[in-house]
Design a protein around this ligand. Structure first.
Ligand code: CP
Length: 315
């Protein structure tokens, strides 16, 4: 595997999920693969889970790990071609990405969207420039439009905890005060549409995701109807696709509570984290028996390790 930026880079998602669960049972079995290999984890935005789980996964595989919080510790990057660099930027992405590729065997990159220019964000301009210029395999640590390591961990979690072969999975929008990217819901939808699940997306009117990610999903504006008989509920806020990056006011009653679980199949509640308590998701759910958010976060390690193992095997 030379690139992991979406579900489209995976030949067989069920085999990758199985690989993650096997690695979980025996995390240090493949340390020979990473011996004398180095991964660089480059963050243009903050992270807790992605940074720690990917670093741990790489160490489990015997790799050396370098982390660069380039937003805080690196030179200010110029991302545009054809401009005279007489402003605040100090180093062009062309040199920066190429140099990084000299030091590492695999590059991980986190690059959030600006949420101002949809064409630029959905064109994955920054992420694709790194892929083009660094010259080594690249794993997405969340890009402008997708978060595939999160989605793989989510699918591993569903596979691990499901009690029937074809569970009902519901992605439900949740309130928030800030404009958040669509990367997590896009990616989750894209993976669920390829998984062996019955998949529904519920959100208020005006918060439709791009149809490029939701082919095959049932989509509704009625949250109660969507939650009926749900086995897994994935809670997530996202800002509007149109008008792009906007917060749609109202809809505070979409926050999930124990009361809303009464017609579900004792649904297990998921969230990628970080989560704003009692705004996006109620404390009673997060602290209650239905929440599996910590198990889900723990599975980030095995998702990352399954992907890095595939990349190391291809070096
Ligand atoms: N879920 C997730 O990606 O968490 P971080 O942003 O903390 O890495």
């Amino acid at each position: 595997m030379k690139l992991f930026s979406s579900v489209n880079n995976v030949n067989d998602i069920n085999a990758l999920v199985k690989e993650g669960l096997e690695i979980k049972k025996n995390p240090f079995a493949f340390q020979h693969l990473g011996k004398n290999k180095t991964i660089g984890l480059v963050f243009m935005n903050p992270s807790l889970r992605t940074r720690m789980s990917t670093q741990k996964a790489a160490m489990n595989l015997g790799m050396n790990v370098m982390v660069l919080n380039i937003d805080k510790e690196g030179w200010a990057l110029e991302l545009r071609d054809g401009v005279k660099m007489d402003g605040a930027t100090v180093e062009h992405i062309r040199e920066a990405a190429a140099v990084m590729g000299q030091y590492v065997d695999i590059l991980g990159l986190r690059s959030f969207p600006g949420l101002k220019d949809r064409e630029e964000d959905y064109g994955e301009v920054i992420f694709n420039k790194f892929v083009e210029l660094c010259g080594v395999p690249v794993v997405s640590l969340e890009s402008a439009t997708r978060h595939p390591l999160q989605s793989l961990a989510d699918l591993i979690t569903i596979e691990e905890l499901k009690t029937k072969p074809h569970p009902k999975v519901v992605l439900t929008w949740a309130p928030h005060v800030k404009a958040l990217p669509q990367a997590v819901p896009n990616s989750f939808a894209e993976w669920m549409c390829k998984a062996d699940v019955d998949f529904t997306i519920a959100h208020p009117a005006g918060l439709e995701l791009s149809t490029a990610f939701t082919q095959g999903a049932i989509i509704t504006h009625n949250q109660d109807e969507a939650l009926q008989d749900a086995d897994f509920i994935y809670v997530k806020n996202w800002s509007a696709f149109e008008p792009y990056g906007k917060v749609i006011p109202g809809n505070e009653d979409w926050m999930l509570t124990n009361e809303k679980l009464k017609n579900t199949n004792n649904a297990k509640i998921m969230h990628c984290l970080p989560v704003r308590r009692d705004l996006e998701l109620s404390s009673e759910i997060l602290d209650g028996p239905n929440s599996i958010v910590i198990k889900e976060a723990a599975n980030r390690e095995w998702a990352a390790q399954a992907v890095l193992k595939k990349m190391l095997e291809g070096l």
